[in-house]
Design a binder for this molecule. Structure first.
Ligand code: PAF
Length: 314
């Protein structure tokens, strides 16, 4: 397995590559969910193709304190990638990935909307006034002003900017994203169409631990009581999903019932807060009042400051 640190070296490798390229974009701190993306990429790349995994903690999608606190474990991640059959890990420095950016703080400042207004319907590329060579993708309001985007729409601008750049550098035939991050997936599919990109985006089902919680790097932060609260929340969510499928009650009623059920969970030392709860179309992200086979139930909840998310497709 080769580790590449610069765009120049990466594009040279792409120019010389024979066969299809399957790309798994990551920010490291790999868990079972990433392993399933790598496994799918490996199967598609077959004997002739190559699997590239990017490993880059993207400052554009975090506030500065969260970026600094983000867990980094490169050695462990490289071992996991090698065991999963990855051929190349692309792990650039921030200044290598964004050579036109002035510095790290300048990247964080972009999140404050200084680069221009967001369109309601269309993707746009902004060129900040002081650095016109920098290309910052703005995701339309119709996709950002929902679910996790309500509080931080800039997060998805950061994701779209980095994924567009990775696609331009690596020119993958296929790229793999988890259904767990349903808003990210819908935005990237829409971005891909808008870019007229030849890359096929492959959605990968949610991977769950033995007790039903979806894999996440944050699960290790939970103590026993917190984990048991999370399991009860997921049980209630599964029940809500069953009720929506059976169409016995309207979606708003089911969601209200879910909130009531969560309030009844007894905790000794913890707080439980529902941060986002929606039933939406998985492509347009528009909220639905009735069952749809394209519907997806999304929940973000916070147990004593630890934010977790669940996605249940219908
Ligand atoms: O899902 C993630 O880990 C990130 O948002 C991604 C797609 C790797 C872009 O930084």
């Amino acid at each position: 397995m080769r580790v590449i640190r610069t765009i120049k070296e990466m594009t040279d490798w792409v120019d010389a590559a024979k066969g299809p390229i399957a790309l798994v974009p990551t920010q490291g701190c790999l868990h079972h969910g990433h392993e399933s993306l790598l496994h799918a990429a490996k199967q598609d790349a077959d004997i002739q193709g190559s699997v590239v995994m990017s490993l880059f903690v993207n400052p554009l999608q975090f506030r500065k304190p969260a970026y600094e606190a983000y867990p980094r474990q490169e050695q462990q991640d490289l071992e996991l990638a090698e065991n999963a059959g990855v051929d190349v890990v692309f792990a650039p420095e921030v200044c290598g990935m964004y050579p036109k950016a002035r510095d790290l703080d300048w990247l964080f400042d972009l999140q404050n909307g200084q680069s221009g207004p967001r369109d309601r319907e269309r993707f746009t590329i902004d060129h900040p006034e002081d650095t016109p060579e920098f290309e910052y993708v703005r995701v339309p309001q119709r996709l950002t002003h929902r679910m996790d985007g309500i509080d931080h729409p800039w997060h998805f601008d950061g994701v779209a900017t980095v994924v567009r750049k990775l696609f331009q550098i690596i020119q993958p035939n296929t790229s793999y994203f988890g259904l767990k991050d349903i808003q990210q997936l819908a935005i990237l599919q829409s971005l891909n169409l808008w870019m007229g990109s030849p890359t096929k985006i492959v959605p990968i089902p949610v991977v769950r631990d033995h007790d039903g919680l979806s894999s996440s790097s944050r699960l290790v932060l939970l103590d026993d009581e917190q984990r048991s609260i999370a399991c009860q929340v997921v049980e209630f969510l599964n029940e809500a999903s069953r009720q929506i499928r059976s169409s016995r009650n309207s979606v708003p009623d089911v969601l209200e019932g879910f909130r009531d059920a969560c309030e009844s969970i007894e905790t000794e030392h913890n707080t439980l807060e529902i941060d986002a709860l929606t039933y939406s179309d998985s492509t347009t992200l528009e909220e639905l009042d009735d069952y749809s086979k394209n519907g997806v139930l999304y929940l973000a909840y916070i147990i004593n400051g630890i934010r977790l998310a669940e996605t249940l497709s219908q």
